[in-house]
Design a protein around this ligand. Structure first.
Ligand code: BTN
Length: 264
């Protein structure tokens, strides 16, 4: 049975300074990211959230689609207006970290982790993904849209992804209250946003500790070419680039567009 997202119940439980105070809810929308990208800047403010119970054209990374059963999950986007157009990938990873910490607390286990660049893995299967998109007016940076899809109460997935996807309720063995989950998640994101703004080294360290493969020798694809040698994953730097140690002892720096990690 599907149940509509209860905006009033969500707002009642929301305990943030600014994030999520303004929420635009749609029963159905092509994509919450597209909506916040296209809307005029004056209509938006810092921390505004757009949430849909059903996306007809949900978008993922690498031009993929984001599949989500109507009324079961959380598919939403947040508009951020940071002063400078930099370090976006650290903010994206900070949101991923907030979710990993929330899931580990909820499930009382270290079962969640970040799959670099933007996936959240729960018991070795994907439970959430993040799509971050910068919006420019001409060549001037205007805003960052962070879109997050979390499989919350979905039980079954299409055959193509059934082996690699899971939901929070599958791990918990019980139905999850979406309104409560989102209120708690936004509280955590707001806190991480402050750490990100203040450029706290502790944030980078916490992200690194939660990236799958951290400190290990793993396979690497550079510009879609699988490398013969393994690289040691050293973690991200303050710009959000990934540092990899090669077999020669050299440290190479990559953006998330350049590489794919091959972990077992
Ligand atoms: C991925 O794993 O590839 C990223 C998935 C991001 C999906 C979310 S759902 C809310 C927002 N709107 C979209 O169209 N995509 C993001």
């Amino acid at each position: 049975m599907t149940q509509q997202f209860d905006k009033a119940a969500f707002l009642e439980q929301l305990d943030t300074q600014w994030l999520g105070h303004s929420v635009i809810y749609f029963e159905e929308l092509p994509s919450t990211n597209t909506y916040l990208k296209k809307i005029a800047s004056q209509e938006l403010k810092q921390g505004m959230v757009c949430l849909a119970d059903h996306q007809t054209k949900g978008r993922g990374q690498y031009e993929r689609t984001w599949e989500s059963e109507k009324g079961k999950n959380l598919t939403f986007s947040i508009a951020f207006f940071p002063a400078k157009a930099e370090r976006f990938h650290v903010l994206t990873l900070a949101c991923a970290l907030a979710l990993v910490e929330q899931l580990n607390e909820l499930l009382n286990a270290s079962c969640a982790a970040i799959k670099w660049p933007n996936d959240i893995i729960l018991n070795n299967k994907k439970t959430a993904g993040i799509l971050a998109e910068a919006v420019f007016t001409g060549n001037k940076f205007d805003r960052l849209i962070i879109g997050i899809g979390i499989n919350i109460n979905q039980q079954k997935f299409s055959p193509e992804i059934n082996d690699i996807a899971t939901s929070v309720s599958n791990s918990k063995g019980a139905k999850i209250n979406r309104e409560h989950f989102l209120a708690e998640f936004l509280r955590r994101i707001e806190h991480k946003y402050t750490l990100w703004q203040q450029q706290k080294p502790a944030l980078i360290k916490a992200i690194n500790r939660n990236i799958i493969g951290y400190g290990q020798w793993i396979g690497l694809e550079i510009e879609e070419v699988l490398q013969d040698e393994l690289y040691k994953l050293l973690g991200i730097n303050e710009k959000g680039e990934l540092l990899m140690l090669n077999r020669d002892g050299g440290i190479e720096t990559f953006t998330h567009e350049q590489i794919k990690l091959v972990t077992s």
